[in-house]
Design a protein around this ligand. Structure first.
Ligand SMILES: Cc1cc2nc3c(=O)[nH]c(=O)nc-3n(C[C@H](O)[C@H](O)[C@H](O)COP(=O)(O)O)c2cc1C
Length: 408
């Protein structure tokens, strides 16, 4: 799945990589940055090259990698100064104890430290080292010197360290590093949904019959994930409440994983009670659940028929109807699309309903495109042509934005 952080698109990011065992994680960071559309220039210290080859970064970023102050892959003798000047942000991940000490003291004896001295861009350091090194008095002093000069630290995290010991010193998770980078370049305050909290549900709920069997549906979760990502890219804080899907967790989004319709109700309700501006219910929530799930796996018998008694699941939209926020529902229908959608819109007290015909083969379940009609309370119908789920997401969010504005 492509990661979209619009604020990173076209931004010049210098990725500094230093000699820590956590270097392999910098490869993932580089890959995610490139996917987000950033222009990534990697600057590696000599020690970092003991851990990962420059070829790895060159292949991922499609750009030359600076490995030595005197031996830049480009013929440009002032390569480090040119890089420093055009950088929008410098991220050093992992940052060793050594590089932190050198930067704190103004050293410039390799390409990376020279870039840091020469740049006006924000510099973020994601340290990785043994807990004792991070706790050392010299390190404490270096960190506070750098913080007082405006450098930002991302982590380190607590957990299992390369030595096998537990402690503070782990390189932060890629998503946390990217989140901090995104904030540093103003991603969180950019976009027309900045300041909004959007709750999105996705996927098909799973209703247990017994510990191994479930009732579920064909929802892939793609439309809900596209809405969550589009809202994030437009600056919203996003909570994605998702039933199981085959999709990767999107970065910079709070992902709440649920199973059944009841679990989804509890998580959606608590996200809304925490304060949300909009709820987009793109999940395919089961209408029925087994009246009682068996505690043990049900045994095969010689009977040719078996009856499963079902009861109605709680209606999520009806339950949260009185909570503040714009409510958007989906109507997945195989017949009388608009009639059924209108009835659902008024019965559930929604602001908008997105109707889609899931019997079509080029749109709807498990494909990347959708063809929908957006209906509102005033009876207006916006019929959209076949388009990507991402584009459908943006059209829905345009309407949500309009309703939020009108209520302000
Ligand atoms: C196997 C191995 C793992 C290392 N891991 C780390 C580490 O996680 N953090 C750290 O600060 N230093 C670590 N070091 C020590 C640094 O590589 C060493 O201090 C080096 O001088 C750092 O150079 P640089 O900051 O220019 O990359 C490690 C060394 C070895 C041999």
């Amino acid at each position: 799945m492509t990661t979209h952080f619009s604020a990173l698109r076209g931004k010049n990011v210098i990725l500094g990589v230093t000699g820590s065992i956590a270097c392999y994680k910098a490869v993932d960071i580089a890959s995610k940055l490139v996917q987000a559309g950033a222009v990534v220039d990697t600057v590696m210290t000599r020690s970092a090259q003991q851990f990962v080859s420059s070829l790895t970064f060159r292949s991922l970023t499609h750009r030359s990698v600076v490995t030595d102050l005197f031996d830049a892959e480009s013929d440009d003798a002032v390569e480090h100064v040119a890089l420093a000047l055009r950088a929008d942000v410098v991220l050093i991940a992992p940052a060793t104890a050594n590089v932190i000490a050198k930067i704190a003291n103004g050293f410039a004896d390799d390409a990376l430290t020279a870039v840091v001295l020469a740049t006006n861009a924000p510099v973020l350091l994601a340290p990785a080292m043994e807990g004792r090194m991070w706790a050392n008095a010299a390190m404490r002093q270096n960190v506070s010197t750098l913080e007082s000069r405006g450098f930002s630290f991302i982590g380190p995290a607590e957990g299992r360290l390369a030595s096998g010991e537990m402690g503070r010193g782990r390189l932060e998770e890629t998503s946390t590093v990217l989140n901090a980078l995104y904030e540093a370049i103003g991603g969180g305050s950019a976009g027309d949904l900045a300041g909004m909290h959007v709750v999105v549900s996705a996927g098909g709920t799973q209703e247990p019959i017994d510990p191994v069997r479930i009732i579920t549906n064909r929802s892939s979760g793609k439309q809900g994930y596209a809405i969550a990502e589009a809202a994030r890219d437009r600056g919203a804080r996003v909570t994605l409440v998702t039933a199981p899907t085959a999709l990767t967790d999107p970065d910079l989004i709070e992902v709440v994983k649920v199973g059944s319709a009841r679990d989804m109700l509890a998580s959606v309700e608590s996200a809304l009670r925490a304060g949300a501006d909009a709820l987009v219910m793109a999940a395919a929530v089961a209408d029925w659940e087994p009246a009682s799930a068996a505690g043990q796996k049900m045994k095969k018998t010689w009977e040719t028929r078996m009856t499963l008694e079902l009861t109605k699941t709680p209606d999520i939209l009806a339950t949260v109807r009185e909570l503040p926020g714009v409510k958007v529902g989906f109507a997945a229908e195989t017949e009388d699309l608009l009639g059924n959608a209108k009835e659902k819109l008024s019965r559930k007290g929604l602001d908008l309903i997105v109707a889609n015909d899931v019997s079509a083969t080029d749109a709807g379940f498990n494909v990347d495109n959708n063809r929908v009609v957006i209906l509102d309370r005033d009876g207006a119908q916006e019929e959209l042509p076949l388009m990507s789920k991402r584009d459908v997401a943006d059209r829905i969010l345009d309407r949500v934005r309009g309703i939020v504005d009108a209520r302000r």
